[in-house]
Design a protein around this ligand. Structure first.
Ligand SMILES: NC(=O)C1=CN([C@@H]2O[C@H](COP(=O)(O)OP(=O)(O)OC[C@H]3O[C@@H](n4cnc5c(N)ncnc54)[C@H](O)[C@@H]3O)[C@@H](O)[C@H]2O)[C@@H](O)CC1
Ligand SMILES: Nc1ncnc2c1ncn2[C@@H]1O[C@H](COP(=O)(O)OP(=O)(O)OP(=O)(O)O)[C@@H](O)[C@H]1O
Length: 505
């Protein structure tokens, strides 16, 4: 495995397997050098003090501009960097690592374990003083890649009703057990309404994640030009090229009754005719009381016509910060600036204004509210912000939501089904991305993320391994080993009896 980088604090030395860059400067110049090395696949360069960007431009041409852009705009990660995400990720993490080191200088002593056990904006912080080690790369590289411990950051705001463990236990309770008595489809038939000529990945991510989490069947309802493309991603998906037919509503409604829940919006696009079709479908799904997760362009539609889901208790909206901001502007009035972490109060306000429709605001901390209760889920998760992670979450949530609803509110749970499902989906998604970061450091992200979806689900189900503070969370490499073992065990059904979970029908 390529180990992405190592940092020695004394001279900010960056090591990339097969390429090494030594700089006596550190800071962003060091990062720039590293980024350029990555971009150019250079083997070894030793640059002296200072970097003359113009000179480097001559040497490396556009790569310098590119590296600069990455450094300056790492936050604008989506899309624009295309295939260069590995470099972005490299710099992103490297930056975090260096911030850690730089911020710790001259403030006494911090042991590696202090860093490993602490948490902060990047999943870690320096609690006390300086970091002293001669082989910082051994610690910091690993730490930055693997840390992001699952912190005790889940809270209930307006009503203090539970802890992480209580929420997790209740979420786990509605997962159907694996037995030979179930028939195909019983654990979930999920419909994804989305996919356009431009966006074929998003509906795929949602649908396949639904399957990985445990649904039996996933259907995608998309426009014709997207259908073959989506189908070729996976033979497991059932793909219906119906969304752009003249009689789209009628054609899709033939399938709707057999679906347990829907994800509406991933990759849908914004063609007014398609959106009109989807608006009619939403009305019809409501009549049939189908649970629905509304994401991405589905939220664009809802922002335009909030009355579509007003007071519908089986809808969960999953806005990212920009989508949340747009919704707030329309529904609450006034400007709400997009922020990585939403104000729990604003999320509650929006939910209330929409007639207690559940809102799950995705961010550094995920905040879910049904207007009466608010649940937050932080910890875990990656610092990568590439496209597709929200789609994965939406697919997972569609499965958990229908499981939760089928299980029902049996009393004793710290939150109602919609919030348990939201919490469960976040809790499931965040460690998965964490595991992926450590194992797929230089690869593209959302797709390998899927690889761990099933396995992390296993951990989710196996319960005891998911305890916060468990070593799994401080060392994803170990986590992967255990996950592999767990999966095998799971598949061989040896642990079947330990699935003491109630079954849904
Ligand atoms: N592989 C694919 O097919 C993918 C398709 N996608 C689809 O792409 C379509 C458009 O989705 P977008 O999310 O780009 O929506 P928009 O087209 O509304 O763009 C939102 C923009 O806001 C930016 N942004 C995000 N957070 C911000 C913040 N805190 N402050 C300022 N700007 C911020 C984003 O970079 C993005 O460019 C949807 O249909 C979506 O499902 C995405 O799901 C990603 C993956
Ligand atoms: N700043 C952040 N720090 C850590 N995790 C985050 C952050 N922002 C979002 N996430 C996590 O990433 C996942 C996807 O959220 P994101 O905001 O990327 O969705 P999205 O923009 O709708 O995604 P998509 O590209 O699929 O449309 C969620 O599980 C969320 O918990």
């Amino acid at each position: 495995m390529r180990f992405p980088f190592g940092i020695v604090h004394t001279d900010m030395r960056f090591g990339v397997e097969g390429a090494e860059c030594s700089s006596t400067l550190g800071g962003s110049h060091g990062f720039l050098q590293s980024a350029i090395l990555e971009l150019t696949d250079s083997k070894t360069y030793h640059w002296g003090l200072g970097i003359d960007v113009e000179e480097k431009k001559e040497q490396f041409g556009e790569h310098v501009n590119y590296a600069m852009r990455i450094l300056q705009g790492a936050s604008a990660s989506r899309g624009s960097y295309g295939g260069r995400v590995s470099t972005l990720r490299f710099v992103h993490w490297a930056t975090s690592a260096a911030q850690l080191l730089l911020s710790s200088r001259g403030r006494g002593k911090t042991s590696p374990s202090d860093i490993r056990n602490s948490s902060g904006p990047h999943g870690f912080s320096v609690d006390n003083n300086s970091f002293v080690t001669s082989r910082a790369e051994n610690v910091v590289g690993r730490q930055v890649v693997s840390s992001v411990p699952y912190s005790t950051s889940t809270t209930m705001s307006n009503t203090p009703v539970g802890s992480d463990e209580a929420l997790l236990a209740s979420a786990r309770a509605f997962i159907p057990s694996l037995t030979n008595a179930m028939h195909k489809g019983q654990a979930g038939r999920i419909g994804v309404i989305g996919g356009s000529e431009e966006y074929t990945g998003a509906p795929y991510f949602s649908a396949i994640s639904a399957l990985k989490v445990g649904a039996d069947l996933a259907h995608v309802f998309c426009v014709k030009p997207a259908a073959t493309v989506i189908k070729t991603y996976s033979p497991e998906l059932i793909v219906h090229p119906l969304l752009d037919l003249e009689n789209a509503v009628e054609a899709i409604m033939e399938w709707v009754p057999r679906m347990h829940s829907f994800v509406i919006g991933p990759g849908l696009g914004r063609d007014p005719k398609i959106l009109e079709t989807v608006a009619i479908l939403i009305e019809k799904l409501k009549e049939l009381e189908k649970p629905m997760i509304i994401d991405a362009d589905g939220l664009f539609l809802i922002t335009d016509r909030p009355q579509l889901i007003q007071s519908y208790s089986k809808a969960i909206l999953t806005p990212n910060s920009v989508e949340f901001s747009r919704l707030c502007t329309v529904v609450l009035g006034g400007e709400v600036k997009p922020a990585p972490s939403a104000s729990a109060e604003k999320v509650r306000e929006l939910s209330t204004a929409l007639g207690f429709v559940t809102i799950l605001h995705k961010g550094a901390t995920d905040v879910a509210s049904n207007g009466r209760l608010t649940v937050c889920c932080a910890g875990g998760g990656s610092n990568r912000r590439c496209g597709g992670q929200g789609d994965l979450l939406a697919g997972a949530l569609a499965v958990l939501f229908q499981w939760a609803l089928a299980y029902g509110d049996r009393g004793g749970a710290p939150a109602p089904p919609e919030l348990l499902a939201a919490y469960g989906a976040c809790r499931l998604t965040r460690p998965r991305t964490n595991v992926t970061v450590s194992s797929e450091f230089f690869a593209n992200f959302s797709r390998p993320c899927l690889k761990h979806f099933g396995t992390v689900s296993i951990l989710f189900i196996l319960g005891p391994d998911m305890k916060m503070g468990h070593p799994l969370y401080s060392d994803p490499h170990r986590c992967l080993d255990i996950v592999t073992i767990s999966s095998r065990t799971f598949l061989s059904m040896e642990f079947q009896n330990s699935f003491h979970l109630a079954r849904t029908t």
